[in-house]
Every structure is written in structure tokens, then in C-alpha cells.
Design a protein around this ligand. Structure first.
Ligand code: ADP
Ligand code: MG
Length: 323
């Protein structure tokens, strides 16, 4: 059966859709700026579960996932549209008001203006479509396609936390503000992600990144997107992967943590590449921001190698897919 990525690739080629394939589409705005725009669909029981989250967290996440795509272009978010389809039984409650409370709190934080949306009714489950647009200096959006052999691969934060949170939810644990901090941290990473807008803008303003993507499907899958678009390969070092600090109690084996960090999705950190020369220039700024190098780009077309204990193996992308 075809995956959604194969389907998108097919329509992209069949109809020559040149603006498809990155975290956002880039459209000329004026002589100085480009517009970036992205949309994300969240479907109840598929992308979220009502008994795992709260309406406020869900509103936050609906905006956060799209902000993360804007961050991945190195752009500044500015406008948003939100469409919701809700069944009667939910409409009768205060769900949508609370959902907007969570959504609007995050919008305010990043000074994003809501410019419209749509409301409809569904037979049974909630459907949310979140659109965010932003601005970036003309011709300067950071694409997935700019990675070069020899570039270093970095991530903007620790990995596997959202997948750790998902394991807790699957085991029946729910978010409780009085709970232990380590459990809350993992659950919040999954339920209330922080888009890395400032990191994306920092990298773009200083012309550092040659390519960038946000980690929504998992490192292995999202790095594969960079490799495909940039026509390169990559090497990842297992002992350089920064595990989320609170994973240590919930996944004890190194291999288990590595699996969550490589293949667990929704950390919403940024993955970017840059030349060694730029890295030496920016080293101090990097230390302050706690970026982690996890590997380097190779000329080995679309092959991702995982180096663990001195041995190399091919890393198959196992990121999240719906189909
Ligand atoms: P992300 O994980 O960053 O949100 P996706 O994997 O959802 O990105 O999408 C990859 C690319 O394919 C994006 O450029 C997106 O706009 C495009 N895309 C996804 N679904 C469709 C669709 N149904 N029709 C056209 N383009 C699509
Ligand atoms: Mg993305």
C-alpha cells in the first residue's frame, strides 16, 4: 500500500507542483519579503485522543504544530486561520471555548493574528485544520534542499520526550498538575509542544543553516526528507543523540531510548545542517542555545548510516505515517 509520502511525491511530479515538498510553501510577497504558509490537519482518534489531552492543550498543539513548520523555514509567524468540525455532543459543552483559550494563549505569545477560519459540524469526531503564515527575508527561507556533503547535522534540543509521553498515555497515565515533575515533563512534551521559532530565526538571520526541517515524524524519517530533497546521504552517531532527560527512568535500555529518539515523532525540535566553517564561527552562540550535533551529511545518495559502537548499519526511516 502506498504511504502518504509516496502519494504526495506522485501528485507533485504528475502535476509539476513546484511549491510542494517543504515544511511551508514560499510565495513572493513584495520586493523585500517572501510569505511562507503551512497547513496541518488534526483528526480525533488518529492525531489526538480526547481522553489523553485537555481542550486547552489541544488548542495549543493545533497552533504549535503549524508554528513549528514556520520555524523550520527560519521565518517569523504572523497570521493564522483555524477551521474546526465538531460533533453536536461536543458543541453543547464548553470544549470549543477552552480549545480557543489554549490556541489564543500561544498565538499571543508569538504575536500571531487570527485572520479567519471556518466552523462546521461532523457526524462523530473532531477535525481541526490549522493554517499559519509568516514572513521571511526575500530568497532567504531555509529549505530542505540545501544540505551539502560534509555539512554537520544538528538538532535544537533533546529527543524522544514526546514519544516517552506517548508511552505514558498508552499505559493509562494522564496529565496531573500535582504529579512528579519527570512524568509531567514527558506528558507536556507530547501534549503541549514548544515550537522553536527563536532558534529558527536565529539560524536564518545569521545565515547559518544550509537546510532545515522540523522533527514531527521522527529523526530517521525527517532526515530522510532532507536527504531526498538535497540529494545527499547522512551519518548519525548513536552516542551523540541527546536523549530527553526524563527518559532515563521510563526507558532503561540504551536501545529503547535510541529507538524513541530516532523513530518517535512529535518532538518539534528543528533539525538543520551547516558547513563546518559556519559552525566554527557560531560555536559560542550554539553553546548558549544548547544545540546538539548528531552527525554529518555524506555524498552517499539517500543512504542514512547509523554508527553505534564503532559499527555502521543502514538506518531505515521508521517515522510516523498514517498509511
Ligand atoms: P510536515 O510534516 O512538515 O507538515 P508533510 O509531510 O505533511 O509536512 O507534507 C510534506 C509536503 O507535502 C508539504 O510541502 C505539504 O504542503 C505537502 N502536502 C501534504 N499533503 C498534501 C496534499 N494533500 N496535497 C498537496 N500537497 C500536500
Ligand atoms: Mg514540518
Amino acid at each position: 500500500m502506498k504511504s502518504e509520502f509516496e502519494f504526495i511525491e506522485t501528485i507533485r511530479r504528475r502535476y509539476s507542483l513546484s511549491k510542494i515538498g517543504d515544511d511551508c510553501a514560499v510565495i513572493p510577497k513584495n520586493l523585500k519579503k517572501d510569505l511562507v504558509i503551512t497547513t496541518d490537519l488534526l483528526v480525533e482518534e488518529i492525531d489526538f485522543r480526547l481522553d489523553w489531552t485537555t481542550p486547552e492543550f489541544l488548542g495549543h498543539k493545533a497552533l504549535a504544530v503549524s508554528l513549528s513548520d514556520v520555524a523550520a523555514m527560519g521565518a517569523k509567524p504572523a497570521w493564522a486561520m483555524l477551521s474546526i468540525g465538531v460533533p453536536q455532543k461536543i458543541w453543547k459543552t464548553d470544549f470549543v471555548e477552552k480549545f480557543y483559550d489554549g490556541y489564543m494563549r500561544l498565538a499571543k505569545k508569538f504575536q500571531v493574528e487570527i485572520i479567519g477560519g471556518d466552523v462546521s459540524k461532523t457526524p462523530d469526531k473532531i477535525v481541526i485544520d490549522s493554517i499559519v503564515a509568516g514572513e521571511v527575508k526575500k530568497g532567504k527561507a531555509v529549505l530542505r534542499s540545501g544540505a551539502k556533503s560534509g555539512d554537520l547535522i544538528f538538532v535544537t534540543g533533546r529527543l524522544g520526550g514526546a514519544a516517552g509521553g506517548l508511552i505514558l498515555l498508552e499505559s493509562g497515565i494522564r496529565y496531573d498538575s500535582n504529579d512528579k515533575i519527570r512524568r509531567k515533563n514527558l506528558l507536556l512534551k507530547q501534549l503541549k509542544p514548544s515550537p522553536k521559532i527563536s532558534d529558527g530565526e536565529f539560524l536564518r538571520e545569521n545565515n547559518l543553516a544550509t537546510s532545515m526541517i522540523d522533527l514531527s515524524d521522527g529523526l530517521s524519517g525527517d532526515l530522510a526528507h532532507i536527504c531526498r530533497e538535497s540529494k545527499v546521504g547522512a551519518k548519525i552517531y548513536a552516542d551523540k543523540i541527546p536523549f530527553h532527560k526524563n527518559l532515563f527512568q521510563s526507558a532503561n535500555l540504551f536501545e529503547e531510548k535510541l529507538d524513541l529518539a530516532l523513530n518517535g515523532g512529535e518532538d518539534f525540535e528543528l533539525l538543520f545542517t551547516l558547513s563546518p566553517k559556519k559552525y566554527f564561527q557560531a560555536e559560542n552562540g550554539f553553546k548558549k542555545r544548547r544545540f546538539f550535533q548528531v552527525g554529518e551529511i555524506s555524498a552517499n545518495l539517500q543512504i542514512i548510516e547509523l554508527i553505534a559502537k564503532g559499527k555502521s548499519q543502514i538506518l531505515q526511516p521508521k517515522g510516523f505515517r498514517h498509511f
